[in-house]
Design a protein around this ligand. Sequence first.
Ligand SMILES: *[C@@H]1O[C@H](CO)[C@@H](O)[C@H](O)[C@H]1NC(C)=O
Ligand SMILES: *[C@@H]1O[C@H](CO)[C@@H](O)[C@H](O)[C@H]1NC(C)=O
Ligand SMILES: *[C@@H]1O[C@H](CO)[C@@H](O)[C@H](O)[C@H]1NC(C)=O
Ligand SMILES: *[C@@H]1O[C@H](CO)[C@@H](O)[C@H](O)[C@H]1NC(C)=O
Ligand SMILES: *[C@@H]1O[C@H](CO)[C@@H](O)[C@H](O)[C@H]1NC(C)=O
Ligand SMILES: *[C@@H]1O[C@H](CO)[C@@H](O)[C@H](O)[C@H]1NC(C)=O
Ligand SMILES: *[C@@H]1O[C@H](CO)[C@@H](O)[C@H](O)[C@H]1NC(C)=O
Length: 329
Amino acid sequence: MLLPLLFLLFSPLSAAELCHPDDKSTLLEFKHSFSNPNPFPTWDPTFDCCDWYGVECNETTNYVIGLNIISDDLNGTIPTVLPKLKHLQHLRLHKIPNLVGRIPPEIGELPHLTYLVISWTNVSGPVPDFLANLKSLAYLVLSFNRLSGSIPPSLAMLPYLYAIDLSRNQLTGPIPESFGHFANTAGFPALDLSHNMLSGDIPASLANVNFSQVDISRNNLSGDASVFFGKGKVTNTIVISRNNFQFDFSKVSFMESLDVLDISHNKIYGSIPPQITDAVYLQFLNVSYNRLCGKIPSGWKLRYRSESWDNTSFFHNRCLCGVPLDPCK
Ligand SMILES: *[C@@H]1O[C@H](CO)[C@@H](O)[C@H](O)[C@H]1NC(C)=O
Ligand SMILES: *[C@@H]1O[C@H](CO)[C@@H](O)[C@H](O)[C@H]1NC(C)=O
Ligand SMILES: *[C@@H]1O[C@H](CO)[C@@H](O)[C@H](O)[C@H]1NC(C)=O
Ligand SMILES: *[C@@H]1O[C@H](CO)[C@@H](O)[C@H](O)[C@H]1NC(C)=O
Ligand SMILES: *[C@@H]1O[C@H](CO)[C@@H](O)[C@H](O)[C@H]1NC(C)=O
Ligand SMILES: *[C@@H]1O[C@H](CO)[C@@H](O)[C@H](O)[C@H]1NC(C)=O
Ligand SMILES: *[C@@H]1O[C@H](CO)[C@@H](O)[C@H](O)[C@H]1NC(C)=O
């Protein structure tokens, strides 16, 4: 009875160690690549690395499959040793203000990566084209960094990608035409490119995509954003505010699933189609600061009557009238 217990007590390195030695030495290289003297105090070589802070191991194989690092005082660049973690599926580097430099090419050498988050850091340089080598990638979040340059069209070729969040960077150039042809036709992609400096017309190809969510607000995009609408789609969020869009809103048809609609601060003209009242789940609506005209539809059949919009949702248009604005003449 006592023997196994004693064994555990006296040889922590051999008996309790589930972590693979190669993974452990890679994690130690990862740790030592930062300039801090001891960035992760729990990453103690005498303990099983599967128990270290932010390290996730597969419960059967004990290979390291995830790294989730949040740190206020980590200094340096993204470590290039990551491809040595051959089974890595999840990588999250979040809220690390002193993480700087570019996204290194080694990030493109993680064939099993499904989840990549580098957010709230000072990482700069481009959104690299080599991310298209991550054939398993499903979820890509690079928001709140200092990334610049244009969006690589190759991202749309990733067969499992269904969420792309590149918001709050300094990205320029257009939305790639290829984003109308996502290789992953099984899912409903979510796209967040908001708070960048993107420009150019919206590619017509985007009309083909059944997005679950679209937020491209606060850019300098132009053209016809009616491509995001369509009665048969499953989209729940359309936020295109603060751009340069000019199109006829009268011709838009609304999906029943729509929950959030913000088209404010554009140059959108025409009237608000009465069919908008088919959007029975709508909870947030703002069409202010456009060039809309005509009567605001009435007869809403809202499932969750929340009254989350008021006259400021409609004001600053050319000649909208009716409740909640002044009566039509
Ligand atoms: C990390 O970088 C910041 C900003 O450059 C600096 O103030 C701080 O002293 C550095 N800390 C370490 C541990 O290197
Ligand atoms: C852990 O590895 C086993 C064997 O390869 C695999 O079947 C299982 O799906 C893995 N679990 C996770 C959470 O990746
Ligand atoms: C980037 O660095 C600046 C100054 O060093 C800091 O104020 C800012 O919070 C950092 N950004 C992020 C997202 O951490
Ligand atoms: C936005 O794009 C328009 C052309 O569509 C251009 O004239 C204008 O200078 C751009 N504004 C900014 C802030 O880049
Ligand atoms: C969007 O997806 C729904 C649900 O699968 C489907 O019924 C609809 O036909 C699709 N619409 C378009 C335009 O692809
Ligand atoms: C909006 O409504 C508030 C009160 O409900 C009113 O005080 C305000 O003048 C209205 N503004 C406009 C632009 O109609
Ligand atoms: C609608 O957007 C305008 C412009 O950004 C803003 O002033 C107003 O408060 C918003 N109204 C609602 C109800 O969100």
